[in-house]
Design a protein around this ligand. Structure first.
Ligand SMILES: [Zn+2]
Length: 300
């Protein structure tokens, strides 16, 4: 069993210290069984970073295809009744802290605890991009990404990808996904407007170009592999890579609809991809591509 003290020691040995602003990507499963449950991990972290520190977690709810929204009229997220996050168990526990604050942008909520919680969440309004909060934490508060287990994400890739699309006037086509949101006693259907990337493509870019070329502190928290990176540095590196060659974000899988067709710089066309998938009777992919050929929207 992993104890609270084990966690404090593990966190300190990663170079995390008082006053740090941390974006967390933490798999509870990867850490292993903690004596006092997931809350002990957050307690340990808050203890190490102290009153001047801040932790940020994604608390994204499940969203639904726009065409099927009629079936999800009962699923309404509001500030008082937030839809359960699908981003793991840690945000669920973080939300229980009395001092936890949530983005005003309820379609794209982050839960934040600590010194910068009020500033970050109150200014993350509907007009801002989904990942605005992470950009602000990166640029203003020098945030670090603490990842334990899970996929090798940096927290900054969406920012670099969006910048690259806007810089070259590229865009992505994707289906409409959204959720009913209640604000000021009014319920409205809101659509996500963020770009997305394929995890396989990202992993290739990360392993070859990011991981070897950025500063990092690696270790273990409980049984889980842990890595701390400076988000300013990963953002600069991802910018450099993607500005130089946008296709670095694409995977090599011929069945991947995101990489093969969704970007203006993708290497196939939607028609070609569709025919290929029809021949091979890949029904899931056919449904996916038809939805976004017929109902896709262009986003940057
Ligand atoms: Zn892909």
């Amino acid at each position: 069993m992993i104890t609270y003290n084990d966690l404090v020691n593990d966190i300190k040995s990663l170079g995390i210290k008082e006053g740090d602003t941390l974006f967390l990507r933490v798999s509870y499963k990867a850490i292993g069984k903690i004596e006092a449950g997931p809350k002990a991990f957050i307690d340990a972290l808050l203890n190490v970073i102290g009153k001047e520190g801040t932790i940020i977690l994604t608390a994204f709810p499940k969203t639904y295809n726009q065409l099927l929204r009629f079936f999800y009229k009962g699923k309404i997220s509001s500030a008082n009744n937030l839809m359960k996050p699908i981003t793991g168990v840690m945000p669920i526990f973080a939300l229980k802290y009395p001092s936890a604050m949530v983005s005003k942008k309820l379609l794209f909520p982050f839960v934040v605890i600590g010194k910068h919680a009020k500033y970050l969440t109150e200014n993350h309004t509907n007009e801002k991009d989904g990942y605005w909060l992470l950009r602000e934490a990166t640029e203003k508060f020098n945030s670090k990404c603490l990842r334990i287990g899970g996929e090798s994400l940096t927290g900054t890739t969406h920012l670099a990808l969006t910048e690259m699309l806007r810089k070259y006037d590229y865009y992505q086509t994707r289906s409409f996904y959204g959720l009913y949101i209640k604000e000021n006693d009014k319920i409205s259907w809101q659509i996500k407007n963020n770009t997305t990337f394929c995890i396989k493509g990202f992993k290739k870019m990360y392993d070859q170009l990011i991981y070897p070329n950025v500063g990092k502190k690696e270790g273990k928290v409980g049984n889980g592999y842990a890595i701390v990176t400076e988000m300013k540095e990963t953002l600069a590196k991802e910018r450099e890579i993607l500005f130089r060659n946008p296709i670095e974000i694409l995977c090599e899988d011929s069945d991947c609809a995101i990489c093969r067709t969704s970007f203006t710089f993708s290497d196939s066309t939607k028609g070609k991809y569709l025919i290929n998938q029809l021949f091979r009777l890949k029904l899931g992919n056919i449904k996916f591509i038809l939805l976004y050929i017929l109902y896709g929207r262009k986003i940057q």
